[in-house]
Design a protein around this ligand. Sequence first.
Ligand code: HEC
Ligand code: HEC
Ligand code: HEC
Ligand code: HEC
Ligand code: HEC
Length: 496
Amino acid sequence: MRSPIHCAWVFPVALILPLPALADTPATADDRRFPPTFITVEGHRDLSPEDWKDPRICGQCHTEQYEGWNGSMHSNAFKDPVFQALWALAEKADPSMRNHCGGCHTPIGISTETVKFHPDEPLHGNFSAPEVAETGVSCDVCHTISGTNLKKTAVLEHGNSSYILDPGNTKLASLSDAESPFHETGYSDHHAKSDFCGNCHNIFHPGNNFPIERTYDEWKYSIYAQNGIQCQDCHMVPVEIAMKVADTLKRPEELDEPSLEGFAGLGGPWRKVVHKHGFVGGNAVITAVMGRVDPDKYEDLGREGNYEEAVKRLQNVASLKLAVTNQDQGGPLHQVKVRVTNERAGHHLPTSLTELRQIWLEVVVTDNKGRELRRSGSLGPNNDLPKDTMIFNAHAVDANGQDTHFPWEIARFVDVNTIPPKGWKYAKYYFNVPDDAEEVKIVAKLHYRSFDQYIADKLLGKGAVKVPSVEMVSVEETYPVAALKTAMAAPADARH
Ligand code: HEC
Ligand code: HEC
Ligand code: HEC
Ligand code: HEC
Ligand code: HEC
């Protein structure tokens, strides 16, 4: 066992250097050794790929963790073809983006400076790295992160790979009494906290510091953080438990759930809580469309279990509520107001790449004679959304105010329409009810997709994939017209 991590011993080294040399101390020089990331290495060592172990080795004693991780977005963080394509465009626009993007998607590749770009490859080019660096955010990456550099970042907050690497024989996590025949173990409180995730799940533009992805920040100021609920409490437990965590605001440990129990490693004791390692979010594109690219390879891009769980998370995160009001004293014009509530995400809905991710409402109003009175948000023949669709996302522009989807160009968001944790947003639709109608039926559905067809065509090649959508939740109500016209006449406060 190793005592809790500390790096105070760095300072005596600085003291023996001539003063005033603070800006030139080894610690400071090391800070930006892989600029523009904030990665530092414990002891300022030079690292090589041999410093990290292949996840398959860990999997021999940590079968469950390996099965969850293999095929997860973390295991695919480097190989993910959507990432590779956007990274190549970034590299061509600004070569310093290689480290910036890679700092979170291949920590081993960047800290060993072994990533290579091949501009002559088809489409956008391709990056290669030693095999162990291709494993993206691997076991040994996470379990040898020994702390955070948040105080050194440009925004004094976690983000832009603000982690300290200390690869070696000591594996860190939050078990205080672990003993392993294969490696040393070390207790790390950091691993039990959202802060650990925040090192990568908060992204600001390395030039203008604009916060582009701020999942960690969104969580930090949410009701979940106020109640001590961490990212791990929802993303390292089965979805059924995550739902209970969100509903009760209790941590998994407090729920006394037998399904969380198990062995953390071969030969270790039975434990009350063993953490799942699939880290399932909403990504159904990579898991569904890319499928098993090579069934003989130990890692594959899409694990069915992870796909199903992503869908389940999406289907249990939001709720819809309808309210219909007459708009002109018994006349034909009506309004339906749809309330979309973020019931169970510990951050905004959607979060992260909010300029790309799409959550949208589809609303269809018909009468009892089958006439369509209003339709919005139905996908067109080219997998496109009509202009009037209510989409919950962010609208990004560059320094000149031009629309952009490229993270390296983003200067600001001109419109942010994401839904805060346990918060809601309204969408309003208007329709006329024909004189001879007796009933009106309203169907509202909430859908999710990782990005639109235009982005998929641009990044992966035209027609390479048809971006799938997941129906998250739907509500259907039938209203007698007479009741709509009289009893439900709009109260004044519902008109805005
Ligand atoms: C020969 C078997 C074996 C191999 C191989 C192995 N481990 Fe372990 N590991 C264990 C055992 C046993 C424990 C203790 C489990 C317990 O106490 O519940 C453990 C504990 C851990 C812990 C918990 C540390 C703590 O203090 O919280 C981590 C993290 C870990 N291993 C990571 C890894 C990683 C990463 C690899 C691959 C580089 C790996 N292990 C390879 C057997 C192994
Ligand atoms: C994205 C980072 C990440 C990756 C990748 C990752 N782990 Fe973990 N792991 C964690 C965190 C965080 C915890 C502790 C969670 C807590 O205490 O709340 C943990 C806990 C553990 C534990 C301690 C037992 C437990 O359930 O708390 C073991 C053992 C372990 N991981 C092994 C592995 C192995 C093996 C792999 C690769 C197959 C792996 N981890 C990949 C972040 C990661
Ligand atoms: C600070 C860490 C960090 C940096 C820097 C970073 N990313 Fe990411 N990236 C992430 C995380 C975390 C996700 C997952 C978010 C999610 O899925 O909701 C992600 C997701 C993505 C995705 C979506 C993949 C998919 O299959 O949907 C793309 C594409 C991507 N990143 C490209 C880039 C590019 C290009 C850069 C550099 C300009 C970059 N990233 C820089 C952490 C980072
Ligand atoms: C070393 C950087 C790093 C750390 C640490 C890290 N992540 Fe990630 N995470 C990523 C990247 C990069 C991706 C996206 C990979 C891609 O889509 O290509 C990702 C993807 C995810 C996804 C999947 C998103 C989706 O679209 O389905 C979830 C969920 C997630 N991370 C949660 C966590 C949690 C919880 C923690 C902390 C316990 C954590 N991550 C720690 C880098 C990291
Ligand atoms: C209360 C439970 C809960 C907590 C706490 C929580 N999440 Fe999530 N998270 C969800 C749910 C549910 C989804 C799926 C819906 C969605 O995509 O937003 C999700 C989705 C995600 C995604 C995928 C988003 C996308 O659409 O690509 C990422 C990445 C993620 N979470 C990271 C984190 C990180 C990092 C933290 C901590 C800072 C965290 N989550 C805290 C419940 C939670």
